[in-house]
Design a protein around this ligand. Structure first.
Ligand code: NAD
Length: 491
């Protein structure tokens, strides 16, 4: 299905205490990567906007924390119903602002809804626990919200990444302050309206539009207890350092350079499709996209399949657009540099024509670089576009040496039909997520999402069981009501 682009400019404000109010900073516009035209407008939020909004959030959170989890979950059930009702409209909008195809937009939202479903299960599963630890003495776990928590999200998943944290943080009793990407803020209007319609009390979801100034004011606000961040490694590190210096809890997910180890015994159909779709999906603008193919031994038949499938990708319907014109220029310049350095361009997306009527959009076709050398720019820099660099390796050990040498640690996959060889890659990969014959090894709920090394600053994962400890405190309660007669230090 073709993405429907908004016909009129969307006004995108801040959502504060249940109302849409304009930020008092500078105006900025949002262009669709599809045709390069302005589809929305917003205003930066200043430190004073942040101050007022967090004060409302903090007041609202007190009552929410006293609301039983089953009541909080009722709002989340309703939120899910509304998202499912509006799924097509939200998917069109998020695709229009981020450049995704409609199918990718919808898949991202569905993955976000999976996290929401996980949050819905907490009322039945996250029971804490109580045990009589000595005669007449019991110990008990109680999960308590932190208060006001914040989240800063990237352009490439305008709904999925926020939905990794919104349902869990709210269900646990927090007030949630969200700073969407200033490149793709429009989806936040739909999500905030859905939560409002679902009956979320005013002040519990705050949306603040803006960039660096807004982010820094949010982190610095004394009432913001925890900060979740997803974006590039440079900013993730800066956010982590700023927050932790203030003694706050921060989990900051960063960028990636993901490897696929291809062995000659791999099923050519599985690997051709899996690897091609991994580097071209979302036009390569995914932190889980394949970026480097480590071809061990003779994998020519597999490489031919990958090239053949990628070369058939139709821009606009099967592969989406790049977020900005500047990013297209950056990608083309990186390909030029690699070519000058001696790399063979097996598939050249630099001159792929834009879809008809979208010539002013940000387009580049799938590109495959062969005979890339280890340590080179094409082998190590996160390009964030539909570019696959192939490095030929004599054996698995040399392939894993290359994989291990890159500072990032998000994902690594292996394509093989040999379980023992797959296990070698699984156990030696320096990443938080590994796939076998899967090009994009994103764990499905309830398995958690998160990388290691320069792909994540902070401890634990952003979804799943471990995220509960990030968005809440565990209170340990030890109770005795009567003096016991046995001879025990607790009696
Ligand atoms: P980005 O780092 O430029 O922006 C992320 C967020 O930080 C946005 O909300 C942005 O407005 C804000 N921001 C930008 N500059 C800032 C500054 N100087 N100080 C404070 N905040 C600032 O990232 P992006 O371009 O939006 O997203 C792409 C990047 O995100 C890629 O590197 C990709 O790998 C990464 N990413 C990682 C994951 C993951 O799970 N590890 C998921 C999605 C995207």
């Amino acid at each position: 299905m073709q993405v429907e682009l908004p016909r009129e400019k969307i006004q995108c404000s801040n959502f504060v205490n249940g109302k849409w109010v304009q930020g008092t900073g500078e105006k900025f516009s949002i262009k669709s990567p599809y045709h390069g035209e302005v589809i929305g407008e917003s205003f930066q939020s200043t430190a004073s906007d942040v101050q007022k909004a967090v004060d409302f959030a903090s007041k609202a959170q007190v009552l929410w924390a006293q609301t039983p989890i089953k009541e909080r979950s009722k709002v989340m059930f309703q939120f899910r119903n509304i998202l499912m009702r509006d799924i097509d409209a939200i998917s069109h909008l998020k695709s229009a602002e981020s450049g995704k195809t409609f199918a990718e937009g919808k898949a991202g939202l569905m993955k976000g809804i999976e996290v929401l479903e996980y949050a819905l299960s907490l009322q039945n599963l996250d029971l804490g626990g109580r045990l009589e630890v000595s005669r007449g003495v019991s110990c008990e776990y109680r999960r308590e919200p932190l208060g006001v928590v914040a989240s800063i999200t990237p352009f490439n998943f305008p709904a999925m990444v926020p939905m990794w944290t919104i349902p869990i943080a709210l269900t646990l009793g927090n007030a949630y302050v969200w700073k969407p990407s200033d490149k793709t803020p429009l989806t936040s209007v739909k999500i905030a309206n859905a939560l409002h319609e679902a009956g979320l009390p005013e002040g519990l979801l705050t949306v603040l539009q803006g960039g660096q100034e807004t982010v820094e004011a949010i982190i610095d606000h004394p009432k913001v207890q925890a900060v979740g961040f997803v974006g590039s490694t440079k900013i993730a590190k800066a956010v982590y350092q700023r927050g932790t210096q203030l003694g706050k809890r921060v989990l900051a997910l960063g960028g990636a350079k993901n490897h696929i180890v291809l062995l000659p015994d791999a099923n050519t159909e599985l690997s051709g499709t899996g690897i091609s779709d991994s580097f071209t999906g979302c036009a390569g603008q995914r932190c889980m996209a394949a970026s480097v193919l480590l071809a061990v031994g003779d994998c020519q038949a597999h490489i031919n399949k990958i090239v053949e499938r990628a070369s058939r990708m139709k821009l606009g319907t099967e592969m989406g657009a790049i977020i900005t014109a500047a990013q297209v220029e950056f990608l083309k310049a990186a390909i030029d540099r690699a070519e000058k350095a001696g790399v063979k361009v097996l598939l050249d997306g630099r001159k792929t024509p834009a879809p008809k009527g979208m010539e002013k959009g940000n387009w580049i076709g799938p590109t495959i670089l062969d005979c890339v050398t280890k340590g080179s720019e094409a082998a190590t820099l996160e390009l964030f576009g539909p570019v696959l660099s192939i490095i030929h390796c004599p054996d698995i050990s040399s392939a894993m040496e290359i994989e291990n040498s890159v500072p990032y640690g998000n994902a690594c996959s292996v394509f093989t039909s040999n379980g023992a060889l797959a296990e070698r890659v699984i156990s030696s990969a320096s990443t938080g997520m590994v796939g076998v014959n899967v090009g994009v090894p994103v764990p499905r709920e309830p398995f958690s999402f998160g990388g290691i090394n320069a792909s994540k600053f902070g401890h634990g994962d952003i979804t799943g069981q471990h995220s509960l400890d990030f968005w809440s405190n565990l209170k340990k309660v030890t109770v005795k009501w009567e003096k016991q007669n046995d001879n025990n230090w607790m009696s």
